[in-house]
Write a protein that binds this ligand. Structure first.
Ligand code: DOR
Length: 399
């Protein structure tokens, strides 16, 4: 179906455009941008007055749980959660069963996605075989099978020698290494050293401490190619929540001190932070209760992310907000996405500053645990368009 989106505020950082414009989508691509475009016959009209129209959002850190953990999430439920959250592309982490360490596993995931997914899925391959931290994977083969980055997420590659060897082997492949750094400050420092020595593009996942950001700034000043992301929960909550709630507030890296939350917010505003990423980590209710020492870490993030970012950063200009959610993740992962230029893929997110209350029981995701439950968030996804198809429209977004 061809769509004409009318009257919206088009925000496209890739084109430095922030203006009232109509947007015509035809045959899965952006066909025309202009003021007061005339509807063509057969075209569906989406009235976006009062809303922001942006390139489709990309969540570069999602645990889709496929293959191997259908009790936590499936491709169908995870991608439905994604489109409700405004995401047209999600990058999925390799801590699956089996791990995404073999091209055949990636190819199966990509073909399953073609059948079940509501949005685009791009896989992140493992750094080491079985994510066991010992043997580097075949990065060229994983890249040919669709890997857009490499990570042993959840498990830091503990042996610096293995990590250095892996980074040298992957140097010819443009896809970056994504590092889950724990203990955070020490491993961020180590990874920045390896990144600088090997010249491998490096991305630090879910930065959560003030010191990590300082280390990152210093490394950049010395010319190291490093990017980073922050999560909605680390931008909002402190260790006090974990002390009060235990298992349900458990996450890796853990919730930190108020000064860290402030530093992360500052880092987003001053440009140190490149991307916002949800670290969507669905688990079963049983895994999120009981003894915090054995409970599973992580939260269901896709459906709250956009509202939660806006709540944490109410003063962030729309252009910067959109850049952190689409233009920058697209650049970091080398995706054909993150722009609404004529000819670009018709991936579009429409959102508005409307309040809503988080009700996890209504989530499409099988993961219902979120520290944002019951919170009133100030921004809402109104419609999500993937490849020119309207895959989600909020009930109160009337055409
Ligand atoms: O809290 C987390 N949960 N952090 C991670 O890095 C892994 C994730 C998961 O897979 O559950």
């Amino acid at each position: 179906m061809d769509i004409l989106i009318t009257g919206g505020r088009l925000v496209d950082p890739a084109a430095s455009l922030d203006a009232l414009r109509d947007l015509r989508l035809r045959a899965g691509r952006v066909a025309e941008i202009g003021e007061h475009l005339t509807p063509a016959t057969g075209e569906a009209i989406v009235d976006a007055r009062g809303a922001v129209v942006a390139p489709g959002f990309i969540d570069m850190h999602v645990h889709l749980r496929a293959p191997g953990f259908p009790e936590k999430e499936t491709i169908a439920t995870g991608t439905e959660a994604a489109v409700r959250g405004g995401f047209t592309t999600i990058a999925c982490m390799p801590n699956t069963k089996p791990a995404l360490d073999d091209p055949r596993v990636l190819l199966t995931l990509v073909s399953d996605a073609q059948r079940w997914a509501r949005c685009r899925i791009v896989p992140i391959g493992a750094i080491t075989r079985g994510r066991a931290g010992a043997q580097p994977c075949d990065y060229a083969a994983l890249s040919a099978a669709g890997a857009v980055a490499f990570s042993d997420d959840g498990d830091t590659v503990a042996d610096e020698g293995v990590l250095r060897e892996a980074a040298h082997l992957a140097a010819a492949v443009s896809a970056p290494f994504i590092a889950h750094c724990e203990p955070e400050d020490a491993i961020v420092a180590r990874d920045l050293r390896v990144a600088s020595e090997t010249k491998k593009a490096w991305h630090i996942a879910h930065v959560s401490t003030a010191l990590s950001l300082d280390l990152l700034r210093a490394a950049r000043e010395r010319g190291t190619h490093v990017t980073c992301e922050v999560t909605p929960h680390h931008l909002t909550f402190t260790k006090a929540l974990f002390d009060a709630r235990g298992a349900e507030a458990k996450v890796h890296p853990p919730l930190r001190e108020p000064a860290d939350v402030e530093a992360l917010r500052r880092g987003v505003r001053d440009g140190t932070v490149d991307a916002l990423a949800s670290d969507h980590a669905p688990h079963t209710p049983a895994e999120k209760t009981g003894d915090p020492a054995v409970a599973a870490p992580g939260f269901s993030g896709l459906e709250v992310a956009v509202g939660a970012y806006a709540a944490a950063l109410p003063d962030l200009p729309a252009m910067r907000f959109v850049e952190l959610l689409t233009t920058n993740p697209a650049r970091i992962l080398g995706l054909e996405a993150g722009s609404l230029a004529v000819g670009a893929r018709a991936d579009v997110t429409i959102f508005g500053d409307r309040q809503w209350t988080v009700d996890p029981a209504a989530f499409a995701s099988k993961g219902k645990c979120t520290p944002f439950a019951g919170r009133v968030l100030p921004r809402k996804v109104l419609a999500t368009i993937v490849g020119g198809a309207l895959v989600y429209r909020a009930q109160d977004f009337t055409p």
